[in-house]
Design a protein around this ligand. Structure first.
Ligand code: SF4
Ligand code: SF4
Length: 259
């Protein structure tokens, strides 16, 4: 019995050795690819969807699509984005937010794309530009809105058609809904509702983690590492709960716009 298992083990070992050597020999004869970077910068193929750096596309009139809502900033788990805005008065007397500076810290970004997915305007996206090395950390802070740029103006809504004067026997005119606007508002409301749901889930998970950290810290009052972990978990939970509240409010506003 002992002899059988000895020889079975020996054969198994030889087989495994041959498999490994087979891979080594195969790789020995396969053609090698050496990228001659940086000489090949121009020909270097980077896939279109490669996440190199966050950008805010501008059109030929130096206009972007950012409305300064701050959703991307709230959604970013790393605090990589800072959206600075101011309130302005529009021609029709309404107040609205306007983007002043959109600051992106490339050094903090983990390329998760939560920001681009959450943006209701499609104002930001990832560019495959991959050369991000700089000499000073401050150079990693980038302002994504160009100097003098502004948010692209939405085309004015056509005035609602007045119902025609009722004539005898004629059917009352039915106002036609502004389908394109209604669709856009509906899509925005759906996106906001999904973002609010996700934010609520994140907040609930962070609160559960904070509660666990609290229990561990209370059980080991002398352990400073556990006390620190509790503090951090509590701060994170509070941050995410605030973000979830903001999302819920934005989602409610977007839903009200649909009605
Ligand atoms: S990709 Fe992720 S980490 Fe980077 S800015 Fe967007 S949300 Fe933040
Ligand atoms: S979510 Fe989009 S529109 Fe809102 S601040 Fe961020 S980039 Fe601008």
């Amino acid at each position: 019995m002992a002899n059988t298992s000895y020889f079975a083990g020996l054969i198994g070992g030889i087989k495994s050795l041959c498999t490994g050597l087979g891979v080594t020999f195969r790789e020995l004869w396969t053609p090698k690819i050496t990228e001659r970077y940086p000489e090949n910068r121009k020909e270097n193929h980077i896939p279109e969807r490669f996440r190199g750096t966050l950008v805010m596309p501008h059109n030929e009139n130096n206009e972007h699509k950012c409305i300064g809502c701050g959703i991307c900033q709230m959604q970013c788990p790393n605090g990589t984005i800072k959206v600075e805005t101011k309130m302005v008065e529009t021609a029709d007397g309404k107040k609205k937010k306007q983007l002043v500076r959109y600051v992106y810290d490339h050094g903090c970004c983990m390329y998760c794309m939560l920001c681009t997915r959450a943006c209701p305007q499609g104002a930001i996206e990832f560019s495959p530009e991959y050369e991000g090395a700089v000499f000073a950390r401050e150079s990693l802070f980038k302002v994504l809105n160009q100097p003098g740029s502004k948010c692209v103006e939405k085309p004015a809504r056509p005035a609602a058609a007045k119902p025609a004067a009722a004539t005898e026997g004629a059917k009352p005119a039915v106002a036609q809904p502004q389908t394109a606007d209604a669709d856009a508002a509906k899509a925005k409301a759906e996106k906001m509702a999904a973002a609010a749901k996700k934010a609520a889930e994140n907040a609930a998970a962070a609160r559960a983690a904070a509660n666990e950290a609290k229990a561990a810290a209370e059980a080991n009052a002398a352990d400073t590492a556990l006390q620190e972990a509790w503090k951090e978990a509590e701060a994170k939970a509070l941050k995410l709960e605030t973000a979830a509240k903001n999302f819920a409010q934005k989602a409610a506003e977007a839903a009200a716009d649909v009605k």
